[in-house]
Design a binder for this molecule. Structure first.
Ligand code: BGC
Length: 828
């Protein structure tokens, strides 16, 4: 009996009527799910069956695909419902770091920062904040959380998800879903499954073996189902030759038959590929439109190509979830008011808990005493706050402070805080003298319905690098230089690109860049066409050159030299739809860090990046603080951590490689990014830190790493096998001078009886604990039977890893302080 299946339920069609098979032995997680009714309630089945009898075929079909929302609230998806039968319209909004609609919302820290706290209770609070806001903002379904594992360091969405470790990801997704749904918002776990990269995401065929799938990626999805997630979003990619959104093995065999999922499966946006085959395989809803599940579905049913029973099954699944959330009989609680102050408190709490102190030499941090009295803040994101990443996870916050302002306020009146840009993200005005005929490209407004044209000459003073920076509202203007378009549609993204930091100017205009490595001196023909469209357009065309760049770096170095301490904010701007191509910081930031650290080694680099970064400059820095995309309260949290008002306690949820050539997917294009549309997960279960351990490679920073301003000592490990689980008991003591949180991590070694290559160690449990100086706490961490098991491909099931197992406990996967072993017996 697979341990996972403690609860099974299924909706079956019997002669056109739906019956709900009752669950056996409800899992504690499912029982804790905050649905207003139990997950399966036979009494409701009759109502749903009766609804199904009364719905026309057109009405049924309208519940299975997206449509345009007449209310235009700006969310990603909409279904009109069937008002005559009390089935309400449904609004579906992104996303992972806050509710993405036209109105403002709380921009929470990116999920990867939440995960760094290693704290499921915090994930629950994060979910509650989004759940509350989603309901308040008129939404019914949240298109989140994302639980795909961090497999490649380049993946564009690593900030939107949690971790490279399946256990941690599973714990966090479950807690977050419970939080979201406690507020009455339906959660959608995404993207099922193995959507671990953006490169060719719409078509890549992921080849993954059964064991790897179960032991890595699927664990989070299974936890989401057990936590009661109402919906699942199918991924864009193919899995072992078949698109995820019509993959029977995933959608039916595993999701429903093995895990007992009773909710509905929707496609990712435009990820449907067929009508009958997809529906038969287990897909229920096409989003955001009706290419396959609209008229085509009706025709297929009328002509007998698709059985009506398949339509009824899908509609029944949607209705079952709506019923669970009280959306069919009006018993759902009334929509609450937004509570921006409460949202801001959660955002701050998460950013404080998740910040990871990667390095701290020569007591560079915290900034206290003389070190805090003259500070140079450097970098574009030192002034413009980097709030959230791009794509569907981008949230428009109520407000976000500038780190420079919060640092100034915290340093106080007696201190000097200077600022230097260092790296120019948004460009400087093109000098008037360079344009003939003269034109103001700094702020052009084109009235609605009009077109604005410029045909002139741009004269470059000397041959050097030029980056053209276009800021615009509305439709992107066409800009050509010597006949070549500077800002064509982005391959794979087209016009759909909502940048995070680099893609949006501080005043909200969209930003595009184009670099000419060496623009020849002399005249160039410049033509611009801007169209006012319905709403009018504002645009500006700016530039940076090698000369302006050198001046920015020199000014930053001067500011650094003059100051006692430096805080340099570095950024990397990721978005869905594209992967990074390098682990280096973008632009000329490496050059900037080199110049600034040479001028002043008491430099702290604050990283507002999506995932890991290669740091050839690391040894020259005093400290490095990893804040990812810290949300709207990022400035306050960063400042508190820098000055020691809060003690960093976050830990890395992914290994940071030393370079582009030393990580699990390096040097093997079939492994990543794929060859001819196909990709092999040939590293098998050796994902993330498991790969570094197996290959005895040293990462730059290991999984679980994170420093503190205090010191923790470990002792007294005891291990006990009990009821199929193992209980690890040990003590953590704060032996330093400051209160702080430690994430104690428990790792498990291989099982002697299992004749498969096994990881050197896997994370088997953890506990975040806050301790005052001198305080000690005895912690108990349970290693569950599932964690002790491996996937057996002969039996297609879990097999317990019995025999003598090593358990290590420590402060990171490479800082292990305690070690013991325990006999795991054959049976419970
Ligand atoms: C993304 C999803 C998102 C959807 C709706 C897709 O492009 O992959 O994560 O929920 O758009 O915005």
């Amino acid at each position: 009996m697979p341990e996972a299946v403690t609860r099974r339920s299924a909706i079956r069609l019997l002669g056109g009527a739906i019956s709900v098979a009752a669950a056996t032995g409800a899992s504690p997680v499912a029982a804790a799910a905050p649905a207003r009714r139990p997950l399966t309630a036979p009494a409701r089945a009759a109502d749903i069956a009766s609804l199904l009898r009364r719905l026309t075929l057109d009405e049924k079909i309208s519940l299975l695909h997206g449509a345009a929302d007449p209310a235009k609230l700006g969310q990603a998806g909409y279904l009109p419902g069937v008002p005559r039968l009390g089935i309400p319209p449904l609004r579906l909004a992104d996303g992972p770091a806050g509710v993405r609609v036209t109105r403002h919302a709380t921009a929470l820290p990116a999920p990867v920062l939440l995960a760094s706290a290693f704290d499921p209770e915090l994930a629950r609070a994060y979910g509650r904040t989004i759940g509350h806001e989603g309901r308040a903002l008129g939404q019914d379904v949240l298109l989140s959380p994302m639980v795909n594992l961090i497999r490649t360091p380049y993946a564009g969405r690593n900030f939107e998800t949690f971790a490279e470790d399946p256990l941690l990801a599973a714990d966090l997704v479950a807690a977050e879903i419970q939080g979201i749904q406690a507020e009455g918002l339906i959660a959608t776990v995404k993207h099922y499954a193995v959507n671990n990269q953006e490169h060719e995401r719409m078509s890549i065929d992921v080849r993954i073996d059964e064991r790897t799938l179960h032991e890595t990626e699927l664990r989070g999805f299974e936890a989401a189902v057990r936590a009661g997630a109402g919906a699942v979003m199918g991924a864009y990619n193919k899995v072992n030759g078949t698109y995820a959104c019509e993959n029977r093995a995933l959608l039916t065999d595993i999701l429903r038959d093995r895990w007992g999922f009773t909710g509905w499966v929707m496609t990712d946006w435009h990820a449907a590929h067929s009508t009958g085959p997809a529906l038969a395989a287990g897909l229920d809803m096409e989003m955001p439109n009706d290419t396959y599940f609209g008229a085509a579905l009706k025709t297929a049913v009328v002509t007998g190509l698709v059985p009506l029973a398949h339509v009824d099954r899908a509609v029944g699944r949607v209705l079952t979830v709506l019923d669970r959330f009280g959306l069919l009989d009006g018993s759902a609680p009334p929509r609450p008011e937004r509570d921006p102050a409460a949202g801001a408190r959660t955002a701050l709490r998460v950013a404080l808990a998740g910040g990871v102190l990667l390095r701290n030499e020569r007591a560079t941090l915290p900034l206290t005493g003389p070190a805090a009295r003259h500070i140079a803040v450097i970098g574009p994101t030192g002034s413009v706050p980097f709030v959230s990443g791009g794509g569907s996870a981008h949230v428009v916050p109520d407000r976000a402070d500038s780190p420079l302002d919060t640092i100034r306020a915290r340093a106080g009146r007696g201190a000097r805080v200077t600022y230097a840009l260092g790296e120019d993200l948004y460009g400087k005005p093109v000098p008037a003298a360079a344009l003939s005929p003269a034109v103001d490209l700094e702020e052009q407004r084109v009235p609605a319905g009009q077109t604005w044209n410029y045909d002139g000459t741009l004269t470059a003073g000397e041959a050097e690098e030029w980056t053209f920076v276009l800021h615009y509202s509305g439709r992107r203007p066409t800009v050509t230089l010597d006949g070549a378009e500077l800002f064509p549609p982005i391959p794979g993204l087209g016009e759909y690109f909502t940048g995070g930091l680099a893609g949006t100017a501080p005043d909200g205009l969209a930003v595009r860049r184009h670099t000419r490595d060496r623009l020849p001196a002399g005249p160039h023909r410049l033509r611009i066409t801007a169209r006012g469209g319905d709403a009018g357009q504002t645009f500006r065309l700016r530039r940076t050159t090698a000369a302006t760049r050198a001046a920015d770096v020199a000014e930053a170095a001067r500011a650094a030299r003059a100051a006692r301490s430096v805080v340099l904010f570095a950024y990397e701007d990721a978005t869905e739809g594209q992967d990074r191509t390098t682990l280096a910081l973008p632009g000329h930031q490496e050059e900037l860090i080199t110049a600034v650290t040479a001028a002043n080694p008491r430099t702290t680099v604050v990283l507002n990046t999506s995932s890991c970064t290669a740091m050839p400059w690391l040894a020259r820095t005093g400290a490095v603080l990893q804040m990812y995309y810290p949300g709207q309260e990022g400035a306050a949290a960063t400042t508190a951590l820098l000055f020691g008002d809060a003690n960093p306690g976050g830990k890395l949820t992914q290994s940071f490689p030393v370079s582009d050539t030393r990580h699990p997917v390096a040097g093997d294009t079939l492994r990543y990014p794929g060859v001819l549309g196909r990709e092999e997960y040939s590293e098998g279960v050796f994902l993330g830190y498991r790969w570094y351990d197996a290959h005895r490679r040293a990462p730059l920073f290991p999984f679980g790493h994170g420093l503190s301003y205090t010191t923790f000592a470990y002792g007294g490990l005891r291990l006990l096998a009990r009821g199929g689980d193992v209980e690890a008991t040990f003590t953590v003591r704060n032996i330093g001078q400051r209160t702080g949180a430690e994430v104690a991590q428990v790792y498990l070694g291989p099982a002697p009886g299992i004749r498969l290559p096994q990881p050197v160690r896997i994370l088997a449990g953890y506990r975040r604990v806050e301790l005052r100086p001198g305080e000690a706490r005895t912690l108990q961490v349970r290693i569950t039977r599932r964690t002790l098991s491996s996937w057996d491909t002969a039996r297609h099931d879990w097999v317990a890893g019995t025999g003598r197992r090593t358990v290590e406990v420590g402060s990171s996967s490479r800082d292990l302080r305690l070690r013991g072993s325990v006999d795991v017996p054959m049976s419970r």
